[in-house]
Ligand binder design. Sequence first.
Ligand code: RIB
Length: 298
Amino acid sequence: MKDITILGIFVADISFSGDKIPITGETILGDSYNIGPGGKGCNQAIAISRLGGKVSFISKLGDDEYGKLAIKSLEKDNIDTSNIIISKIDKTGVAGIHIDKNTGKNAITVIRGAPSNLTIEEIDTNIIKGSKIFLTQLEVPLDVTLHCLKIAKENDLINILNPAPACKLSDDFFNLVDYFTPNETEAEFYSGIRIKNENDAKESARKIVKMGIKNVIITLGEKGLLYSNGKEEIYIKASQVKAIDTTGAGDAFNGSFSLALSQGKKIKECLDLANKVAGLSTTKLGAGDSMPTLKDIF
Ligand code: RIB
């Protein structure tokens, strides 16, 4: 049994790097492209494993070249792949990512492929029952996500939901989640508050706590992060790095935060580690491939 179980997707990230992110109707000449492991669940699993954590990944792939890339990448990083379902019908997903090479900022379209047809019946939830932490996002069908969150809660796991991409959630989700980790855009979606500074982030987090969430962490990119449980609030500045590609920084954060929590560390220590890991991940190209190792951190 692994300490952390992740439900999520793998997609092949196809990244285009250039002087800017094209606007609607525009064609630009870029500098380079890269194909590597992506999908929030996959990236989070890699982040945990590279820091020495034991992690299982529940997902679905197609029986194709990108599916083989997925298994190879995950096994190379010692991630338990025994709960990955291979579809004979659907393809492995892809993501098209535009990166502004000057700021490292991106715009992403995800085609989920096989996991868009993942069903509750296909999943063996025994893997969740033996873990300490269940970590997920909103890239697999919502009924599957909710089902797994329920199983995890019934078995006393800590539930962490990285609510991305943002979408409307029923109250059931809010009652099952222990840690809710939106970025600033997603926090705006859930709270209705536009975040331009630390105070806006506090207001947004307080509103989300009132919706029934126990702990909220809003990641604020180069502005840092804000934690709130309604009583205690912690603001931490982002670590100073030269970002070249921010793709997967949120996943680096969620993965390393989950690992620190599974090791019984105090909240401030978990946040400090996750902040550092997220910052470091932006200094390398790619999403899954940019996750730092223990050696990079200490
Ligand atoms: O969080 C970054 C990830 O979001 C990318 O790897 C992309 O595939 C999308 O799922």
